[in-house]
Design a protein around this ligand. Structure first.
Ligand code: NAD
Length: 444
């Protein structure tokens, strides 16, 4: 139950991050106002409908709407009226003509809060991923517009598909604050329950907080591209990247996670964040420190092309007029997010090469159809693979891991499967009569 002394919260931007944050803050008992410029999104959220696929989120949305703790509006003035802690969760996409981040939505949100009547004592908390230096600049803008208002940066690390759990039980909380302000105390009040449950808090300056987020994404992207680079070497030498990765993983300093070779990372974060990080380092004159991220990006893009090449090889050279089944469209499982999806890029490349491509995804088909009108979409695995001369598994949905290759076998024209995510058990598929191929693994 919220008390009158509790922070009253607004969340500006109700996409994957903001809608989850708003719902989870209400779940913690706060009064929350979600704001978005997208009227359709506000209408759907107000009606208890999550406008994207995120397990567990819709039930919590409905529960908190019914409890009267959660409202959605298109009006920043309403948010300013109702709340005193304002989380900025708007998008920071890649600029169309460079790798740099496009900060116009963040700038608009902060300017909008100022003109909507933010008062002294109000706290603006950035959660969007931004280049180092953004918070310091915005803090100065806020101080000039509303003396007595404060700005903090509290980057978000949630993973789509696990967003609710990651928000309510994060690995850590990072507070980037000005030393003399009240932001740390107020953020501790917002997150008191999690902190009481033992979630570690790192309190630092604005710039370090911004850097923690982009450095974390840079590290994760590097780990994925490292194993995909090893997959390339395995292909040239006859080694097996899965056995290599499993041997590496015994070393606790390396670990097991993010060492799955495949078609690489995508989505609305990792690719654009490593590019924006490099662009910002260039601006700061330290571009050389991050040149390796250019290689990380290049290895990642090559992984998609290598999957296309493997499909071509499986089809005997040319995909023209051949039938291809693709399982997966989302950039990762448990999500309908298709931003920079490796799966769709591979599917599109095969289509452009003349193949008849049929795609199935349990959640992302609608989004994918809207952006890729030339691909065909099936409404089941069997529909997608019917008559296929090669089947590609490109998103590691649980449903695909669990497929029975013997049941699928009679539906395809030629039983060849390309496992783009290391999601399948090769032995099982081979025993059922399939040719199993994967990036970085020898033909057996
Ligand atoms: P998104 O595109 O799903 O959502 C952004 C939302 O902001 C949209 O609904 C848009 O209409 C709204 N918006 C834009 N300008 C606005 C304004 N001036 N006022 C109000 N609303 C406005 O993006 P997302 O995936 O939620 O990402 C948001 C930010 O969070 C990005 O910086 C991203 O890098 C970061 N982030 C995302 C994730 C993730 O998994 N999606 C995880 C951590 C961090």
């Amino acid at each position: 139950m919220s008390r009158s002394t509790d922070p009253r919260i607004s969340v500006i931007g109700t996409g994957y991050l903001g809608a989850t944050h708003a719902v989870c803050m209400a779940e913690l008992g706060f009064d929350v106002t979600g704001v978005d410029i997208d009227a359709g999104r506000i209408r759907r959220l107000s009606a208890g409908e999550v406008p994207f696929y995120e397990p567990g989120l819709e039930a919590l949305l409905r529960k908190n709407l019914e409890a009267g703790r959660l409202t959605f509006t298109g009006s920043l003035a309403e948010a300013v009226e109702r709340a005193d802690v304002h989380f900025v969760c708007v998008g920071t996409p890649q600029q169309p003509d460079s790798g740099a981040a496009d900060l116009r939505h963040v700038e608009a949100a902060v300017s909008g809060l100022i003109t909507a009547g933010l008062g002294p004592g109000d706290l603006v908390v950035g959660k969007s991923t931004v280049p180092a230096g953004t918070a310091t600049r915005l803090a100065a803008k806020l101080a000039a517009g509303v003396p007595g208002a404060e700005l903090a940066w509290n980057p978000e690390f949630l993973r789509e598909g696990f967003a609710v759990d990651d928000t309510l039980r994060p690995d850590r909380l990072v507070f980037g604050v000005a030393p003399e302000g009240t932001a740390e105390r107020r953020l501790r009040a917002v997150y008191a329950q999690m902190i009481g449950d033992g979630v570690p808090v790192v309190v630092t300056d604005h710039t370090t907080a911004e850097l923690v987020k982009v450095a974390a994404n840079a590290f994760l992207a590097t780990k994925i591209s490292f194993i995909n680079a090893m997959a390339e070497v395995c292909e040239a030498t006859g080694g097996d990247v899965v056995e290599l990765a499993s041997a590496l993983a015994h070393d606790a300093r390396i670990g097991r996670r993010f060492l799955q070779a495949g078609i690489g990372f995508g989505g609305g974060c990792l690719p654009k964040d490593i590019r924006a990080f490099q662009a910002r380092a260039d601006e700061l004159g330290v571009g050389r420190a991050l040149t390796f991220l250019g290689e990380v990006d290049a290895v990642n893009i090559r992984a998609r092309a290598r999957a296309v090449a493997l499909a071509r090889e499986a089809l005997g050279g040319s995909p023209a007029n051949r039938t291809v089944g693709v399982l997966g469209a989302a950039f990762k499982p448990n999500s309908d997010d298709i931003r920079d999806s490796p799966a769709l890029e591979v599917a599109e490349a095969l289509r452009r090469a003349g193949a008849h491509v049929s795609v199935y995804d349990p959640a992302a088909a609608e989004n994918a159809r809207a952006c890729h009108p030339n691909l065909c979409f099936a409404d089941s695995v069997v529909g997608a693979v019917a008559g296929a001369e090669v089947v590609l598994v490109l998103t590691e949905w649980h449903e695909f891991r669990e497929l029975d290759p013997a049941v699928l076998r009679p539906h395809v024209a030629r039983p060849i499967v390309i496992d783009g995510r290391g999601a399948l058990d090769p032995q099982r598929w081979r025993t059922a009569g399939w040719t199993y191929r994967a990036l970085g693994r020898p033909r057996r």
